[in-house]
Design a protein around this ligand. Sequence first.
Ligand SMILES: [Zn+2]
Length: 287
Amino acid sequence: MEPFVSKHRLDKAKEASLFLLESWVKEGGGLTAGFTGREGGASVAPWASLNMGLHVGDDDLAVLENRRRLAEAIGWSFEAFTCGEQVHGCAVQAVGPADAGSGRDSRTTAVQDTDALMTDEPGVLLVSFYGDCVPLYFWDPVRRVTALAHAGWKGTVLEIGRGTIEAMGSSYGCKPQNIRTAIGPSIGDCCYEVDENVLSRVRPLLEEMRQADVEVFAEVITDSTPGHGFLNLKELNRQIMIKAGILPMHIELSDWCTGCRRDLFFSHRMEGGRAGRMASWIGMEGR
Ligand SMILES: [Zn+2]
């Protein structure tokens, strides 16, 4: 069953379209987590309409209005939004009350050079941005820690998923067997053909998976034309998480493909590089 459930009401043109990570929200006791769609925002073409990214040439005021609409739709304060300046790296940064609000209205105030944020602080909403890349969600209900990581192909082969799990352990004492994870809406292998430059970075990881006897649910690379292949980034991230000690039953996997479903999502690749960005978010309410 698809874990990211659409909550958009078609009659509400000014209400942010959302995909809630429903099982976590139900079980989480004040946890919110999900992914935005493209409808219900204030931006005009080619960012129409719920563009969440400040870095794609859109009007900043429209983006801030869109972010406020997300805050309103999930019942959180916009002041709680806490964002990193994403660089397709693998740095993981712990954030606390002093960081709350970083990057919410400007890239210069974002937590710099980081693609993964984590916190044990209630009231801090972690938010990151996506044009096709894979959002990775982490929740440890035992230590009450949340984390979010942005994994494009570069972050994936740098194993930002494993890095986040290890950082949750060293910073907060989280044990992998307690950590729940989710792999969100992103480009599927149906729409993601890559060249040898990328494939040559993926193959050594697949060899590691084979040696570690990680259970394979789907092929990571499917042949296409010579020198190219279709890459399943979601599956590769799933295998990385399992190798890092996450229980397979603790991995939620979205089937939504941002390339196939441009009626619902932006796709950087399928829209020729001129597209808005979706946001992923996760946070625990204060007590
Ligand atoms: Zn697709």
